[in-house]
Write a protein of this length. Structure first.
Length: 475
């Protein structure tokens, strides 16, 4: 037991001390070889990935190339369209600058002249006669002769003067001229309005069982014409007329009032002029105021007044006056008078949008208005051509035009087209051949112009032709 060794009493032999390890040294050649090996691995991997991508996505590549081609083509087409639009806008601007006829309107009234001398300088003793005024008025006026005319002006303004003459049944020449002078030439609005009401009451007396008033003197056409000339009316001499220069304010302005100095444009008296002319036409059954020739001239004059943009506010009054003048003629006079009126208007109106305005100003729905509108449109259309006089040949010429041609004058085509529409719309018997030609024109004009054609009047022609074609199909 004693000889047995105890484990923890026995010391372990110490580990042998190892010799010091030698440090390994990495040279530049080793680094270069390692880098080269790594690069070769990357190149192999990249080549392998490229082959895999090419095999898997070849269809997607083809679609991408096709899409890119389409986008490029679309972009080039868009650029070409924009160039065309820009060029057309420049052409339109140049066309508007060079051709003022793209807007209707004429300077119908030029410089106003000093009004002609008064129609009557002295009222004379006729205004003081017992058969016109009662005893109290006569005594008052005889008491102060200097207050005579101012007193009568007061009666005129208050409306009593017309009642006095209606009750007496007699209007003397001096009073008639005196009141008309205020109506045509006064710059006082109250006097102009009162004188207009006076004549309206005298001519259109609606008093029950009232006898016809004996009127010694009427406001004839020569007095009305002389007044227009003093207002600066120029269409009696068409060579003096120039296109109106439009502004945003000019069309809404009231006619300028007459003053001591010359001014341009119609005076405020033009409103009363229109009313007195209309009233004179409405009493044909009782008073023969105008001759047939004078009535023809009046109709043509009223149509020309529609071309003055400063009179847009009086369109309704002009329309009523025109209707009254048209119905002034007797049945046996009308056909020849209609022809003469159209010839007079044609001489005075240029072949631009003003001729369309003149035709469309005849807007009545009665038989005579329709006949005059159709006749004027037909004569206007034929007057646009020097070598063509037959209406069928005119329609054939219109049908032969190629509206797609950039050199085609669409402005003239538009004028011809609208005139033809007004001619045939109110024509009673156009004929089968004319109808066929017209139907061919509207079908052609509605299809040959695209909605991207921005040439002047292109869309106007297209829209009007499409509208007429639609109405024709509905019928």
């Amino acid at each position: 037991m004693e000889n047995m060794a105890i484990d923890f009493d026995i010391d372990d032999h110490p580990l042998p001390i190892s010799a010091k390890k030698r440090k390994n040294v990495i040279g530049l050649d080793d680094l270069f070889n390692d880098h080269k090996t790594e690069q070769e691995k990357k190149e192999k991997k990249k080549s392998k990935d490229a082959k895999t991508f090419k095999n898997c996505d070849s269809d997607d590549d083809n679609e991408a190339v096709e899409t890119e081609t389409k986008l490029t083509e679309t972009f080039h087409n868009f650029q070409q369209t924009m160039k065309e639009v820009d060029g057309q806008e420049i052409e339109l601007i140049e066309h508007n600058e060079k051709n003022m006829s793209l807007s209707w309107g004429l300077e119908v009234f030029g410089i106003q002249r000093t009004p002609s001398p008064s129609l009557v300088t002295e009222l004379g003793s006729s205004l003081l006669s017992q058969n016109l005024l009662n005893d109290e008025v006569s005594v008052l006026m005889e008491h102060n002769q200097q207050m005579g005319e101012p007193f009568l002006r007061g009666l005129l303004i208050n409306g009593w003067l017309s009642k006095l003459f209606i009750n007496s049944g007699h209007l003397e020449e001096s009073v008639a001229k005196w009141t008309l002078n205020w109506l045509l030439y006064s710059s006082e609005e109250s006097l102009v309005t009162s004188a207009c009401d006076f004549w309206h009451a005298i001519l259109l007396c609606d008093k029950v069982d009232a006898p016809m008033i004996k009127i010694e003197w009427f406001p004839g056409f020569m007095e009305l014409k002389r007044a227009l000339e003093s207002y600066g009316f120029q269409l009696y001499s068409p060579s003096k007329v120039s296109p109106a220069v439009h502004s945003s304010e000019s069309s809404d302005q009231e006619p300028t009032k007459s003053s001591g100095t010359d001014s341009k444009g119609p005076p405020a008296n033009i409103r009363a002029w229109i009313k007195i002319a209309s009233a004179c036409c409405q009493v044909r059954s009782r008073y023969l105021i105008f001759s047939t020739v004078e009535a023809q001239e009046l109709v043509a004059t009223v149509v020309c007044l529609f071309l003055e943009r400063k009179l847009l506010g009086l369109t309704s009054q002009l329309h009523d006056c025109l209707l009254s003048a048209i119905h002034y003629f007797e049945e046996k006079e009308w056909n020849s008078s209609c022809e003469q009126v159209t010839q007079t208007i044609i001489v005075r109106v240029p072949r631009d949008l003003n001729c369309l305005r003149a035709v469309e100003s005849i807007s009545g729905v009665d038989t005579r208005s329709k006949q005059l509108r159709s006749a004027l449109a037909s004569q206007m259309l034929r007057s646009c051509f020097t070598e063509i006089s037959d209406e069928k040949d005119v329609l054939k010429f219109m049908f032969s035009k190629n509206l797609k041609d950039k050199g085609c004058d669409l402005f003239k085509i538009y004028i011809y087209f609208v005139l033809t529409e007004n001619w045939l719309l109110f024509c009673t018997e156009p004929g089968h051949t004319v109808k066929e030609l017209w139907n061919g024109i509207i079908r052609k004009y509605s299809s040959q112009i695209s909605n991207t054609d921005f040439r002047p009047c292109a869309q106007e022609i297209r829209n009007k032709a499409s509208y007429i074609l639609q109405n024709t199909c509905n019928e």
